[in-house]
Design a protein around this ligand. Sequence first.
Ligand code: PLP
Length: 448
Amino acid sequence: MTYGTSANPVRAQASWVERSLAAVWHPCTQMQSHPELPMLAVARADGPWLTDFDGARYFDAISSWWVCLLGHRHPAVVQALRDQLDRLDHVMLAGVTHQPVIELSERLSALTGNVLGHAFFGSDGASAIEIAIKMSAHAWQHRGHRDKQSFVCMAGSYHGETLGALGVTDLPGFRRPYEGLVRPAHVVPSADARQARPGDQACDVALRAVRHLESLLEDRADSIAAIVTEPLVQGAGGMVFYDAEYLRQVRALCDRHSVHWIADEIAVGCGRTGSFFACEQSGVWPDLLCLSKGMTGGFLPLSVVLARDEIYRLFLGDSASSAFLHSHSYTGNPLACSAAVAVLDVLQKDDVLSANRLRAARLGALLRQFSEHPRVRHFRHIGMIWAWEIAGAQPGFAQQVFRIALKHELLLRPIGNTVYLMPPYLLSDADIDALGNSVVAVMNEVLA
Ligand SMILES: Cc1ncc(COP(=O)(O)O)c(C=O)c1O
């Protein structure tokens, strides 16, 4: 298989990797680990499969950092983008509007039962977090609470890597070099279900954890604008699952102490945990909800903050100075919004989230081949996320698994000693079997 053109001569995998390492500074990467650590140069992708320049296939078991929800190049999204390209490429969103942004905003609002009826768009996950924390603090200013300017996050939280988002991120690896630049948040214990004591349920851990938030708010609510949480699953912190009771308690405490609740559904939204919004499983809604990643099915960057009417109304006034003066050049880009509308169409028309329950059962049955192994700890599953820890993992474990996975036609990227799967949703039985069998082969090798 070749991928060259006359202007761009055919090059094999190794040559593309060499050029990339010379010219591209890759994200979240110790560049010196390459080329000894393999790099995958991808020539094309179809459904869950990536194909390299030598024609070898790899199953994208983590949906390319959790964004390619429907797999790669889903025809309905490709068609929607083609149609949109024929109509409108881009237009600014201040003083101007367009059909895809209106449709997307209306449909997202409807998915919250119109509780979060105002959609403010950003470019990526971190910008959505910046928007939400600015909006929260500014909303309190409008209500005369100028001191409510600090935030609360959970231990092990991850909300992005711009400076505001790092302030509510509790992962030292990402934060430490920038500590002097970042405004730290209050960190409360995680409701991590793995902390359950013998005889405990996840709910008991949640109830214990929330007491810390309660006492913090009793002491400091006057200076706190919002708590930011990743509902149900703390992703980059190691796929930490926790009980929905925590969110119900957060809602009640926020109401009691006049603090906003910002739900960061950037990773868990769009059906990843089994419901379109993870918050739905708690039966309570936040004041601000951030969505990004899978929203456009991995086609284009886009994020949105959905806000309650009470917050939106605080920004109405006679002068520009009372408005929310935040903007990104590509805010509400028509192409990105039309991709997001097409993703919603596929999810809804094909009832993808119901079908995912059957897919999850089939994959889960295959994964049972190693889930009881004595070195496999805390094997867990929700929606289309599976995660487990490997006891006794040595330094370099994540790279070792990445390397072994490639040998078995799999793209995996463990977080420390946590191995996880977040595959695309639209998997045939053959895809699921290929994924399950490859993961079993990788784990057999890792555990040998
Ligand atoms: C929960 C959560 N919030 C925010 C972000 C930041 O999103 P982005 O990488 O698009 O800036 C991420 C990214 O992984 C995330 O998982």
